[in-house]
Design a protein. Sequence first.
Length: 359
Amino acid sequence: AGFIKSPLSQKRLTQDSVELYCEAIGNPIPEIQWWFEGNDPNETYAQLWDGARQDRVKINATYNLHSTSTISIANLTSDDSGMYECRASNDPDRNHLSKSPKVKWIRSQANVFVIERPEITTHVSEVDDKLTLTCNMSAPHPSITGHKWMQGEKILSEDQDQSAFTSYKIEGKREQHSGVYECVFEANPQIRGQVNISVAPQVTAYKKSEHGNEGDTGVLTCKNPSFPAVTTWSWYKNGHGPLENASGRYIIKSGGNKTELRILKLNIEEDAGDYLCNGLNSYGSGNSTVNLRVRSRLAALWPFLGIVAEVLVLVTIIFIYEKRRKPDEVPDDDDGGSAPLKSNATNHKDKNVRQRNAN
């Protein structure tokens, strides 16, 4: 057996966690074990197992083409400082109770130094719509090389100051910038403090107005974008008592910063109106109103019927117009053959009268 990767020595703070990784190869595939020796001179190596130290130790191992093993220790204390040893062997007698293994276990070691976590005092002040966040370490730390301010994974600011004090300013009111912020002291190991901007729930409706068809299911949603999360959600209709799941027609699903009210088989007379969602946390409460409009199932036909009516009116107008502009019917040629003769006779008579008058 031989090591492909060995664990690396690390420094950690109390209450942090640490993870060590070991990888070995051999034929047959070797077994990996983890052992520990504390800093006490009288302490000897003891094997670690999954669930040791009040379930703070977790060991994951895989044996496929080669052996890999990871040991992680949570909520570190000063007693977790010491030498951690990754042992690997593929000797068939390696775990025999009476026989000694022919091939000794190979070993790879790493030191874990657990340092007492310094106390960090945090504070938030608000003056003239400006927030100031501060972190102050209880005692100077010799290895500070700078600071960072973060919100989640986003870096808000950073510097290279070696001071045990750092601050960050925010333009705006507390309600606009609630959340969890971190001050990071760049050192070995890295030291972090948490600054919370906490407010009462800033509840908003997903939509101020919702529509639903009669007989369908209506869905109303509210959310809380502020910190901390809402602990209790409740729904009301038009100032009446709270709506409850037990009623049969209302289904309320709430979790953290979102709540949803479902109304089964919407009724125009009973369900239309204003609904109020209310959120409560340890800093107060907040609410928002959603207006629900319930339409008849025939409502979807009205646009179509309107188009049909417009087409009928248009066709009627065209028909009447064409009827009025059509000329009177002209007699057939067979019925009017004498008319030209009458006209010619009249013209001949008039000609004779004009000649007599001339004479």
